[in-house]
Write a protein that binds this ligand. Structure first.
Ligand SMILES: C[S@@+](CC[C@H](N)C(=O)[O-])C[C@H]1O[C@@H](n2cnc3c(N)ncnc32)[C@H](O)[C@@H]1O
Length: 260
């Protein structure tokens, strides 16, 4: 089972405690984007958990994903809320943003780690950079493998929307540092007063430690890091990530091409 094929349950689960994340993104856009209605692109936007409130708050939003279930859930939600955003089917490695250039892009909650090879990750960064305006911003949030200390193997949380309660358990089944893959098991347990279901989804993500992430940035050489943060998303507290860090939010700025 692929849990992204259950968009309503995913949306309820991942909308849990996203207030700080949303506020942080908006504060970054307001700080770095010159336009009074910044244009944003979200690669792998899923159910539009972030696109819906950002569109409602006046941003000009575009998003794409590979999952048709998530995209039609998002389209329906936009219509129901009388909101307009540009949504299309596309892959993070080769999407075509046509001729439009954006003020900023964002991709949090490990989505970038779905790109399982270095080549795909490079292609993604090059593509995002191409789709941004001069000095455009890319906010990228992902778990890092600490070089010191241990990684939590299991996390769980419960989210509610109306009569629906969704319990989510995420477990790291294997961590292969050599081949840089992590296997994750997610158990979704949606409950109402009449139903109690359980869905299990197992998938792989690419792993990064801080050095590997910086190496990728220097290989691609299209972004500079202007600040980094942790999972608290506190704009007033940029931090220096280190060998113990297990989550990084990088605020990247598109580099200006040097002509020599
Ligand atoms: C963790 S969800 C994040 C969704 C959304 N960005 C959010 O923050 O809620 C990961 C999403 O990545 C999508 N995805 C995975 N690989 C992709 C790819 N190569 N291109 C486009 N979307 C992809 C999945 O379909 C899923 O919707």
């Amino acid at each position: 089972m692929n849990w992204y094929n259950l968009p309503m349950y995913y949306d309820v689960s991942f909308s849990h405690e996203m207030r700080e994340e949303l506020l942080f993104l908006q504060n970054i856009f307001n700080r770095y984007c010159k336009s009074n209605r910044p244009s944003l692109i979200e690669p792998a936007c899923g159910t539009g958990r972030l696109i819906i409130p950002l569109t409602r708050n006046g941003y000009d939003c575009t998003g794409f994903d590979l999952n048709e279930h998530a995209l039609s859930y998002l389209e329906d939600k936009l219509i129901r809320n009388q909101l307009k955003a540009n949504i299309f089917h596309g892959d993070m490695t080769n999407f075509n943003s046509k001729s439009k250039k954006y003020d900023a892009a964002y991709c949090t909650v490990d989505t970038f780690r779905h790109l399982l090879s270095e080549k795909q990750a490079v292609q993604h960064l090059l593509n995002i950079s191409k789709s941004l305006k001069k000095n455009g911003i890319y906010i990228l949030g992902l778990h890092l493998i600490p070089e010191q200390g241990i990684t939590d193997k299991i996390t769980h949380w419960t989210a509610k929307r109306g009569r629906l309660t969704v319990k989510t358990t995420m477990e790291m089944l294997t961590l292969d540092k050599k081949n840089r893959t992590e296997t994750l098991k997610v158990i979704l347990n949606p409950r109402t007063e009449y139903n109690n279901e359980k869905y299990e989804s197992i998938y792989k993500l690419r792993t990064y430690n801080l050095k590997q992430f910086h190496k990728l940035l220097s290989t691609t050489n299209v972004f500079e890091v202007i600040n980094s943060y942790d999972h608290f998303y506190d704009l007033s507290k940029p931090i220096t990530l280190n060998a113990r860090s297990d989550y990084g939010v990088f605020v990247l700025r598109k580099k200006t091409l040097q002509v020599v």
